[in-house]
Design a protein. Structure first.
Length: 208
């Protein structure tokens, strides 16, 4: 990951805004009252956390990433924005993330994944870890690529080939299995298509 993002991190946010659709809508919908603990799994450049820190100044924000290069960019972005005191960052893989050791907290009120699960080979383990760190009644939110089945064959091939250059692999089972899980835990999960099947947003609550 560090090798991939060592140089790309400098232009990551400028390029990704054109095709990482639905992120801001998900962030704006996250429940956040004063003191709410929100954690981003795979925080990358910190772009999402900076937006949250500006819009939800009373929330407690945390993020981690496996790439030290991305975290360097995230910390620099927070400093430039004057928000470094608002967000705690750490380096860790999803399956080895220990918030007690890294942040001194045991559980979160909200955990979210923004275009991360399609990059994680064992995405189920990452989701299981996230669910295990949510308090009763806590919220899990995901935005990610759909499987592009509704796209034209040419657009689908072009997009999947482009994403594969960055080890991003949209898989139909991710959205399907997440929705099945959400419905088993939440009577009314929020699930929406983004860009006519280009991506999806999903948000659900743990039993309280």
């Amino acid at each position: 990951m560090d090798r991939m993002y060592r140089h790309q991190r400098h232009i990551y946010d400028l390029t990704r805004k054109f095709y990482l659709l639905g992120r801001d809508g998900m962030l704006d919908d996250l429940p956040a009252s004063p003191g709410t603990r929100i954690c981003e799994f795979g925080c990358g450049t910190g772009r999402n956390l900076i937006r949250l820190a500006r819009r939800r100044p009373d929330a407690r924000l945390f993020g981690f990433d496996v790439s030290s290069e991305m975290l360097t960019t995230a910390r620099a972005g927070l400093r430039r924005a004057g928000l470094e005191a608002k967000v705690q960052l750490a380096e860790a893989p999803a399956d080895g993330f220990d918030p007690q050791r890294l942040f001194g907290v045991d559980h979160f009120d909200v955990v979210y994944f923004s275009y991360v699960l399609s990059m994680v080979p064992d995405w189920r383990a990452a989701v299981d870890r996230a669910l295990g760190l949510l308090r009763p009644g806590g919220t899990l939110a995901v935005v990610d690529f759909a499987d592009q089945s509704r796209a034209s064959p040419l657009r689908r091939r072009a997009l999947l080939a482009w994403l594969a250059l960055f080890d991003v692999h949209p898989r139909p089972e991710i959205e399907v299995d997440l929705l099945t899980l959400a419905r088993s835990l939440d009577a009314e999960p929020r699930h929406a298509s983004v860009g006519r099947g280009y991506a999806y947003r999903l948000m659900f609550r743990m039993p309280g």
